[in-house]
Design a protein around this ligand. Structure first.
Ligand code: T4K
Length: 367
């Protein structure tokens, strides 16, 4: 039996990619904001309905770049139920993460609790649209306005998500996206910053290129976060197939729902009627005793099904953070991380595979 991994990168037709990269052999221009980079930026601006975008080498550097371009200082409120990148980027930019708990409904930041973490040192909120579940933007915006805070969304999982016809990329002062190979839309490795303030354009583009502002001038202490031409070419090809990609994922998702309907102790997030989802992940929350999720995870592995515990442990439990933070301070995040399991999800997952996965889950839960 072939291994079923948690995801599998979608590939455009090989001939299409080869055709797309051919002219790079003529131009010899391989990186540093070349023509493919510019073209993909234009295509993404239209697709994501945004006025400003900066492509980056990956999602992580997108977050570091925008945080430094905004010249933030002090404390930033975020959640520990995320990939470690979110928090590492905040810390690496000299900021202090302050952890707010998540809500039980969709695992995004619990907006009812944000205000109690605000101090005179708070300068921003970095909410995470985890799994592509949209945060309560209206409430986050109300709080940010009241306390004069910036909002930078970690939208790594949320490419192609819309609410009431509006792109998720339009929320906040800025959002970052990941275009990693494991994502709904990918550029092999890659990412992007979308942002409202057009005045930040030069600073962002300079910071992603070492802070260089001219042949003999460096105005910022930047890094190297540029997307190269081969990455951009992959993005151009993949973007042509994005509707098909999301459509196929939707079918997988619907099959999962059919197969898991009525199973006791398994909770699946319900897509709100107002949301056009991207079907990025298929997390299930397994209720019951602590340890049941691990039992399902291990047994699935024995059946050659490689689910993942995204996101366990929560970031505050990692060695590099555990002496500063306490997992008990965010009990919902802690509970969810111990009970969540992301089942395999990708466009080419077959109906038979979904049935095999869900039958395996059901059998294990009965034992
Ligand atoms: N913020 C959030 C909330 C994030 O989740 C992430 C990244 C970021 C920020 C940072 O964005 P990037 O800098 O990565 O653009 C994966 C991804 O590497 C990472 O992008 C993602 N989140 C995270 C949730 O998952 P791993 O360590 O779990 O990946 P890995 O190598 O175990 O791969 C998972 C599965 O994907 C494999 O079992 C098979 C499949 N796969 C993997 C690769 C590398 C493919 O099919 N093709 C591939 O090339 O982190």
């Amino acid at each position: 039996m072939e291994k079923i991994l948690v995801t599998r990168s979608s590939m455009p037709p090989m001939e299409e990619y080869v055709e797309e990269i051919k002219d790079l052999w003529e131009s010899h221009w391989l990186t540093n904001m070349g023509v493919k980079h510019q073209r993909l930026e234009g295509m993404l601006k239209a697709y994501m309905q945004v006025k400003n975008i900066a492509l980056c080498v990956n999602g992580h550097m997108s977050l570091e770049t925008i945080l430094s371009a905004m010249e933030l200082k002090g404390e930033v409120i975020t959640t520990p139920f995320t990939f470690v990148s979110t928090v590492n980027a905040i810390v690496r930019c000299g900021l202090k993460p302050v952890f707010c708990d998540i809500n039980e409904k969709d695992y995004t930041i619990d907006t009812a609790q944000i205000e109690r973490f605000i101090t005179p040192n708070t300068t921003a909120i970095v909410p995470v649209h985890v799994y592509g579940h949209i945060c309560n933007n209206e409430e986050i915006m109300r709080i940010a306005r009241k306390y004069n805070l910036k909002i930078i969304y970690d939208a790594a999982h949320a490419f192609g998500v819309y609410e009431d016809g509006k792109s998720v990329a339009a929320y906040g002062d800025a959002s970052i996206f990941s275009f990693h190979a494991t994502k709904v839309f990918h550029t092999i490795e890659g990412g992007a910053i979308v942002y409202n303030d057009t005045g930040l354009k030069d600073r962002i583009n300079n910071i992603k290129n070492f802070g260089i502002t001219g042949e003999e001038s460096v105005e910022y202490i930047g890094g190297n976060a540029k997307m190269n031409e081969f990455q951009a070419a992959m993005g151009i090809c993949n973007l042509r197939h994005i509707d098909e990609e999301i459509g196929k994922r939707q079918k997988v998702y619907e099959e999962y729902l059919r197969c898991l309907d009525g199973v006791d102790d398994i909770v699946v997030w319900k897509i709100p009627d107002t949301v056009k989802y991207n079907y990025a992940y298929f997390p299930i929350l397994i209720k019951g005793k602590k340890g049941i999720r691990d039992k399902v995870y291990d047994s699935l592995k024995n059946n050659n099904i490689f689910s993942r515990k995204y996101f366990y442990p929560i970031v505050s439990a990692y060695d590099c953070y555990k002496d500063i933070y306490h997992v008990e301070d965010t009990p919902v995040a802690q509970y969810v991380s111990e009970h969540i399991l992301t089942l395999p999800m990708y466009a080419d997952l077959t109906v038979e595979q979904v049935r095999y996965i869900t039958e395996s889950v059901k059998c294990i839960m009965k034992l």
